[in-house]
Design a protein around this ligand. Sequence first.
Ligand code: UDX
Length: 436
Amino acid sequence: MIGSGYVGLVSGACFADYGHSVTCVDTDAGKIAALKDGKIPIYEPGLEELVRRNAAEQRLAFTTALEDAVSNAEVVFIAVGTPSRRGDGHADLTYVYDAARQIADALDGYTVVVTKSTVPVGTGDAVERIMREARPDGKFAVVSNPEFLREGAAINDFKHPDRIVIGTDDLKAQDVMAAVYRPLYINKSPFVMTSRRTAELIKYASNAFLAVKITFINEMADLCERTGADVQDVALGMGLDRRIGEKFLHAGPGYGGSCFPKDTRALVKTAEDYDAPSRIVETVVAVNDHRKRAMGRKVMAACGGNVRGKVIALLGLTFKPNTDDMREAPSLAIVQALQDAGASVRAYDPKGMEQAGRFLSDVEFCSDAYDCVAGADAMVIVTEWEQFRALDMQRIMALMKEPRIADLRNIYDRREMKDLGFSYTGIGKGEGNGSA
Ligand code: UDX
């Protein structure tokens, strides 16, 4: 497994758990040393235990020595990062191509090389070309096998996938991949065997479609607010139509994370390059960026339009619960907008404060939700961590300077909050009076 980041580590540990012998490789010697000590560089539920157990049972090893790991392997996964290229939004493939070159140099016997990293359509062809140039004699096949792991639920997603996509025309490689995923094969998880380019596109199309779904319901939420309708009921009523489905219809402050923002931008670029522009995805990218900034204004409006000198308490900073990942989190734009408008920001996040400290300045980090709201003029729920769902609201009210809630994830009931005496603003919760 080349690359011991989020995807490489989760996939490597899960493959080891199936009984395969796995070596996770990374260029970061500090990370490898920590992993050997059982220290996991990211927060992902269940991962530490899985890594430790499989390492102890000697199915999972860590190294910086790519050559040894590759020469002994029948299957090599490329799971290195593909960040957005600075300036243009294209996926930066430097790490993928570097890995391909190094793998080619180390090949020994027939090897299946699999790109797990999210890569634009055609990247498998480029990887094959690079490897063929380096090793004209090499016996290998290049396969695309995109990942569909959600942060916070990655192990479950790996072990109970909706589908496994394998892209290759090489029959021998297909057999090897079937053997690698044998436990899932036996469990009757659906396999999509297809061409390499198709597999690469399935990944982008899936993520872009989910981003469209979220953005659609977010726009409906705005319309609900103006028309007096309720977006949660709209989502329910839509989602019961099995052609639509209930998932990914939760209106909120806009999507963030390591995948959707980067992958939608990359798909837009690929579509432009191939002269088949994706207007829908272009619009979704723009609407979502705009929405994150608009959330700051929404909080200000909830505070009567002016937050200068006010204290705003943010509950949740990560882009979603059960992760410490702050990449493209809506909280970043919200904090910025509030600080620009003269507010002081206090914040609490169960796992994300260390990461958040690297992205945010002048934010006072607190020890829990109650500490965070003490003396605040507004409590803003930004990330729907379980522990925020059943707060002691009497206690919150007693602690706050002003009893005001901006609930950007709709985890509380407006009527209940109003009955308790809070001023409450949710997302897409029109007042039902039909006024424009
Ligand atoms: C996503 C994909 O789900 C996964 O298949 C892919 O491989 C990697 O990218 P992830 O980024 O971990 O996973 O998170 P996900 O649960 O999909 O949520 C992404 C963002 O969308 C979060 O900011 C979340 O808050 C937001 N979201 C999600 C909504 O606002 N509403 C929804 O209904 C669902």
